[in-house]
Every structure is written in C-alpha cells, then in structure tokens.
Ligand binder design. Structure first.
Ligand code: SF4
Length: 212
C-alpha cells in the first residue's frame, strides 16, 4: 500500500479524543473537500507492505490505532491490514469520507464516517448503503462550514434517524472558518443530541503545517 506517514500523536477527534494514538495515513483521495486539511496526502507517499506497516506500528507501542488518509478505503490492502491489527488486539479506528462502502471492514473496526455537507462541495458523493452497514459503536461525523451546513446536518440526522444507528454523532466546525461559539449556540438552542468536537490536535500542534 502507499503510505504518507505513520506517527504517534494525541487523538484529536471522535469519542476517543485525548488518547495517545498511532496514525496510519494512507496516500490518495478521490474527493476534494474545499476545507480539506490533509491535501499533502493526495499524492506521493511511500510503498510499504502490510508487514512493514505492522512493524512500524508495533515500534510505536500504542494500542489505539487510527487508519486515515486521504481516503483509506481506496486501497484494498487496508482490509487485511485492519484484520491483522484486530488480530493483534489493537483497538482500530478508521476515518473515512462516507463515499466508499465500509461494510467489508472487520466488524471490530470502529468506523468513523463523514457525512459531507454542502460547504465541502462533495455532499452528493455519499454512499447510502453505509447507513445499513454501521453498528452502534461506529460514529458519524459532520464537519460544519456555515449555518447552511448545520441545517443540512440537522435534517440528515432526523431524516435518516441516525440516533437509531450509532451512539455517537459528531459535529465539528471547520477549523478557522466556522465560529465554534455559533455552532455551540445552535446545538444548545435546538437540543441536538450530538458530541461537538474541536480537533484538539490543531490546538496542540499549530503552527506545524501537518497539525499532528
Ligand atoms: S475526504 Fe478527507 S482527505 Fe479527501 S478531500 Fe475530503 S477532507 Fe480531504
């Protein structure tokens, strides 16, 4: 597979926020979200076998692993890699755009799946079969660029009854673009049952360009 980087950091998002975590960032993405913060992972990368990836993960010594990108599900080898990590008793998270089908991953993998809002420019790419493939331990994430995105998320959650699908629905403001305060006020005003996230890795590591 083609890998942009493997590194250890503090998990900045999801219900696993704050925990030490090894990140495996796969190269390449077929979407182009306007606010993407990992465009450096679109191209380049280094070819590594699954065994080489596993060896590096073992070296870093962290039991929580996140497979991310780019879009990790574009590379078929990610399925056996995830299965090997599960077999070695790692807690495995995968961050995916929601455009690729997640149902072929091992059940034990926690799927953290985006639903892209209009502000991303990619909201028409969602794979609706994914909603039936998720389990309660999985997490659905909306990244909010403006109030139009917020209303889109509210309607999507209600229309597809997402609270019956997963325990965790995540909502984050686009870093440096959407007011966190405004988003918090909207959530509280509407009594929305979601977890608001702030991408704490960016607060920790800025101005590192890769915001580890
Ligand atoms: S899906 Fe993720 S990696 Fe791809 S363009 Fe969107 S934010 Fe960037």
């Amino acid at each position: 597979m083609v890998i942009t980087e493997i590194f250890k950091s503090i998990q900045g998002e999801s219900s696993y926020v704050g925990l030490p975590c090894t990140f495996i960032r796969l190269t390449g993405c077929n979407l182009r979200c306007h606010w993407c913060d990992t465009a450096y992972a679109f191209y380049g990368g280094q070819r590594m076998s699954n065994e080489e990836v596993l060896a590096r993960v073992r070296e870093l010594g962290c039991k929580l692993i996140e497979i991310t990108g780019g879009e990790p599900l574009l590379q078929p080898d990610v399925i056996p890699l995830a299965a090997q990590l599960v077999a070695e008793n790692y807690r495995v998270l995968i961050e995916t755009s929601g455009e690729r089908f997640v149902g072929n991953l091992p059940r034990e993998v926690v799927k953290i799946m985006d639903v892209k809002c209009p502000g991303s420019g990619e909201s028409d790419k969602f794979c609706f079969e994914n909603l039936a493939a998720l389990e309660r331990k999985d997490e659905i994430k909306f990244v909010i660029a403006d109030e139009t995105d917020y209303r889109y998320a509210v309607e999507f959650i209600a229309k597809h009854r997402l609270h019956e699908t997963v325990d965790e629905i995540l909502i984050s403001p686009v870093f440096g673009q959407m007011s966190a305060r405004l988003l918090a006020e909207c959530i509280l005003r509407d009594g929305l049952k979601v977890r608001m996230g702030m991408q704490i890795h960016k607060f920790i590591w800025e101005p590192d360009a890769r915001s580890r």
